[in-house]
Design a protein around this ligand. Sequence first.
Ligand code: TTP
Ligand code: MG
Ligand code: MG
Length: 434
Amino acid sequence: MRAGTRAGPTPARDTIRCVKPESAGAWRRIAHLDMDAFFASVELLRYPQLKGLPLVIGGGRRQVDEELLAAQGERALRFIPVAEFPLLKDYVGRGVITTATYAARQFGVGSAMGMMKAAKLCPQALVLPVDFDEIRKFSRLFKSTIAEIAPQVEDRGVDEVYIDFTDVPGGQREGGRVLARLIQKSIFEKTGLTCSIGVAPNKLLAKMASEFNKPNGISIIHEADLESRIWPLNVRKVNGIGPKAGEKLAGLGIHTLGELAAQDPQFLIDRFGKATGAWLHAAAWGRDDSPVVTESEPVSMSRETTFERDLHAVRDKAELGAIFTRLCGQVAADLQRKGYVAKTIGIKLRYDDFKIVTRDQTGEAHTADAATIRKIAGQCLKRVPLERRLRLLGVRAGALAKVGEMPIYESNRPFAQAGRAWSATEFIAVDQLF
Ligand code: TTP
Ligand code: MG
Ligand code: MG
């Protein structure tokens, strides 16, 4: 019998009930996941013969890199002898390292270090350039793998995310360790890459925890671990305490988070201002309520305008044309500013009798170009009756893709007319997104 669904008098043993955490009363469990030596690990997928060797990523693509790729053909990349790879000691040029494998880090080489300095520390390290297309591909792949398991994912850049474990089935087991293991395993199976995960009561602590057991580690933090695991850390380990604040705190004799936690909040407020001072104190005590923000991708972007007086397509052609062109320009600018391209372009009209009509056209090619949008919207306009005067005109860009994420080979086929017109309610609902 389930707890709480008793028939008859309450037996004594029912007074202590073991209730599994359910959504409302569950402990907040937030994970931070960060890929290990990300740019370097992506190169190791292509050149597995370099595994375990010191490798740094940095500099532009050089002749020597082109030769490596060209010499043997894609399929044979894994068989290129290690001796044929360029060495850091032979590197000429300025540039900085974007990342280094853990084998290279043992020599003190790391992100943001100048190539020349790194060459002195570890001349025998191999050096390869960044391949941004590969990076983007694997970034998308590991993130989509996570989202299939735990849908509440906050994108924090190329190689890291926050994940809300709280309501995911199994997300509370062993403080989140079971789900973290499953995610690690799934990412490895899909990509061949490893990552590290910290699970804690909030984002602030999870971010710190993901670094505790790098690479390929999991760290579980509970509130009770504050004193033993968080307070010994340097204040700079908190995401948000940068070099300037760190220096200022050091000047006050505050180095560790324990020392920061011991301060009177007013002392910090007096020196850092109300908001920052209070935040510093809360951070040292591991307090953070910020939510995991799942970015919702826009479905469409649109602009519309209601005219000051009703306009007629023939008699007010010039005025209407200018407004139409302006709306198309605005939609194009919105797309460009937000980094999107659209596959469907549509128009919306409201007549003087308040009736609404819409038309759209979808094609193979994405665009964010004002002139192209204007041309396609113009074709849509030809498909609506224009005898009545118009009160409102709108232009909409739909079927959006992020720039750089649309199919590479888009045919140049002209836009085909879509059979479906979009409804006015859809138009308004979508508009409210912006
Ligand atoms: P990080 O996650 O900071 O580093 P990482 O993944 O290389 O190593 P770790 O195992 O410690 O997480 O950054 C992710 C990628 O971002 C990194 O592989 C390269 C790039 N990057 C830069 O281009 N410049 C930088 O200064 C840093 C820190 C990273
Ligand atoms: Mg990383
Ligand atoms: Mg990172």
